[in-house]
Design a binder for this molecule. Structure first.
Ligand SMILES: Cc1cc2nc3c(=O)[nH]c(=O)nc-3n(C[C@H](O)[C@H](O)[C@H](O)COP(=O)(O)OP(=O)(O)OC[C@H]3O[C@@H](n4cnc5c(N)ncnc54)[C@H](O)[C@@H]3O)c2cc1C
Length: 576
């Protein structure tokens, strides 16, 4: 088997907000470095940063403060976040959003006085979500893409990373990739690698992330025996569009700003049910609203397709059409009138709070490997605030770019890949070509149902044990399932197979970590352990692959800035 080889100084996996910011910052820090961005899709057209609707959380306006944003993040995360990471997120977001406007060229919506407009997002004590209408991600990613194009940064588009390859001493040597267009393998040797493949819980029946995301980054990190934190924490967005079973539009998100602006949720009996669950009504946090909808669904009080309705008409159809043009257009494309009528919605798997354990400088346990964006963990704890996702990827992507450029200065040199690992990973990636063709889609459907039913919005021991057995069976069957088309050029069935393998591996970790956490905390809700547990002794889970088994350990949260029961807000009235 011939493998094409490429040498670069910095290899960035993923071209979302994290990957593109890392590339720009690394280039700025040292323009002499050879920088390569590799992505499963086309630069600027793939991943979830482009799909960001609502906006970007940042404390800019009078009355708001970094401390207030921090307290919202910690309280929203149920005191589980890594406080240094959360502090870095909220404090660096200020310079990052100014950089987006003044250096990258983004235009965000403004108040009449010229200041940046902050919209209301659920779970926040201040309207701080900076946005461009309701399609903020397109503005951010298009401008980032143009800036990257304008610089001598190499692009490996439609290149799939399949394995992180260490040297014999365990430091990272590079990444094994498939050039999806030619089907050829390519080993990219790099002094520093950034993992920014964007997580993405696409193993649930209803999900929002882009189709190119299949947890590959975390699966690769798991095989490198890196620790993964908070893996039970899957965020469900309450309002996924429910457009019927035969369209990919089902599951796609209708943005949070709809509820923030005053949208109502009605069950199938036209009852506005949120008052039965939380005094904050529709503006409660995502986990609370998702569970309330799920409870209505389980009680059978549903709409024709089995969800609930969102209603905006009482805010004035013309106003809704103006404020939420993107959402109104999307719904109209699917035959629904969001501005004046009712739209069916369902909770949908949206964001993965779990990920690779990292430091504030984006370094991981593996020498030479860095992580940023949704592949990283710790910033959000048990629940991500809407608007903190794109802030997270741009903040830490930029940090990773700065740090990697400096790091190479201190740790120069490429390392030789361990040939045994490289050979094993090549075999692994080609495995389906050695089996008889089977029904891949049936296996995928089984996984979607298993995760939705048993490791979803509400969990309990028996369901999760059932899920682990089902995932094992699906993976075993997958390993016996081959693909009919042997032509490797743009062989999407091959990539579906690889996607499903990554999804199975990470689904199992989600279920194991969820089984281990015997309480209900943020996005993780167990009907057999309803209590949240003592906040002051909060612990987070850490999953790690050992030889042939998975260890799920627990570690105490360090309250380095603020302890449960305390606040950083000086003004007691503002703290309420
Ligand atoms: C519909 C939707 C709306 C959202 N709205 C908001 C919002 O309003 N505010 C907010 O803060 N957050 C929002 N988010 C979350 C936000 O999009 C993410 O938190 C953030 O953009 C993730 O950035 P990232 O750079 O980590 O990953 P992404 O932007 O997802 O990029 C991942 C990249 O990795 C690539 N990749 C994946 N696997 C591989 C592989 N094996 N090899 C090579 N490349 C690979 C992908 O092709 C892609 O280029 C939303 C998410 C969705 C899905």
């Amino acid at each position: 088997m011939t493998i094409e080889r490429l040498k670069t100084d910095i290899l960035i996996l993923g071209s979302g907000g994290a990957g593109l910011f890392a590339a720009l910052h690394a280039h700025k820090a040292n323009p002499d470095l050879d920088i390569t961005v590799a992505a499963k899709g086309l630069l600027g057209k793939c991943g979830c940063t482009r799909m960001v609707q609502g906006g970007y959380n940042v404390a800019l306006n009078p009355g708001d403060s970094i401390e207030r944003h921090f307290m919202d993040t910690i309280e929203g995360g149920k005191w589980l976040p890594h406080q240094e990471l959360a502090w870095t997120l909220v404090s660096t977001a200020v310079e990052r959003v100014l950089e987006l406007e003044n250096e990258i060229g983004c235009f965000f919506d403004r108040n009449p006085d010229g200041t940046l407009h902050g919209k209301a997002f659920a779970g926040q004590s201040f309207d701080r979500t900076v946005h461009k209408g309701d399609l903020t991600g397109i503005e951010i990613i298009n401008r980032l893409m143009e800036q990257v194009w304008a610089r001598p940064i190499r692009r490996l588009e439609e290149h799939r990373a399949v394995a992180l390859i260490p040297a014999k001493d365990g430091a990272l040597a590079g990444v094994l990739m498939i050039d999806m267009r030619s089907g050829a393998f390519r080993f990219v040797s790099a002094q520093a690698v950034l993992l920014a493949t964007g997580g993405g819980p696409t193993m649930y029946r209803y999900h929002t992330p882009s189709g190119d995301k299949s947890m590959d980054g975390l699966a690769m990190a798991l095989r490198l025996k890196l620790p993964l934190r908070d893996m039970e924490m899957v965020q469900f967005h309450p309002t996924g569009l429910l457009a019927g079973p035969d369209t990919r539009m089902t599951g796609t998100v209708l943005e949070e700003g709809l509820r923030g602006a005053g949208g109502h949720l009605l069950n199938g009996a036209m009852h506005r049910f949120m008052a039965d669950y939380d005094p904050k009504l529709e503006r409660a946090t995502r986990d609370v609203v998702s569970r309330a909808i799920y409870a209505e669904m389980r009680a059978g009080r549903t709409t024709p397709h089995g969800g609930v309705y969102i209603k905006m008409a009482h805010l004035g159809p013309a106003n809704v059409a103006k404020e939420f043009k993107g959402m109104v257009d999307r719904c109209r494309d699917c035959g629904f009138d969001l501005a004046g009528g009712l739209v069916e919605v369902v909770p949908t798997a949206h964001y993965f709070m779990g990920g690779v354990v990292c430091d504030v400088d984006a370094a991981t346990e593996c020498f030479g490997l860095f992580v940023a964006g949704e592949d990283a963990s710790g910033m959000h704890g048990a629940n991500r605030l809407g608007g903190n996702g794109v802030a997270n990827s741009t903040v830490f992507g930029g940090i990773a770019g700065d740090v990697m450029a400096r790091w190479i200065g201190k740790n120069p040199g490429h390392r030789a890949p361990n040939p045994d690992v490289l050979d094993a990973e090549l075999d692994r990636a080609q495995h389906p070509f050695s089996r008889r063709p089977g029904n891949l889609n049936a296996l995928r459907e089984k996984l979607l149902d298993c995760m939705w039913d048993d490791v979803g919005v509400v969990r309990h021991r028996a369901g999760m044990e059932r899920a682990i057995a089902t995932i094992d069976a699906i993976e075993a069957e997958l390993l016996e399932t081959g693909i009919a088309d042997r032509d490797r050029r743009f062989n999407l069935t091959w990539h579906d197979w690889l996607n499903l393998r990554s999804l199975c591996e990470i689904s199992r970790i989600i279920a194991l970590a969820a089984l281990r956490r015997e309480n209900s905390c943020g996005a993780h809700y167990r009907s057999d352990f309803l209590e949240p547990g003592d906040l002051a002794t909060s612990r987070f889970t850490v999953a790690r692959q050992k030889d042939g088994w998975i260890e799920i350990a627990e570690e105490p949260v360090l309250f380095t800035h603020v302890k449960p029961g305390e606040t950083l807000l000086r003004d007691p009235i503002a703290a309420e």
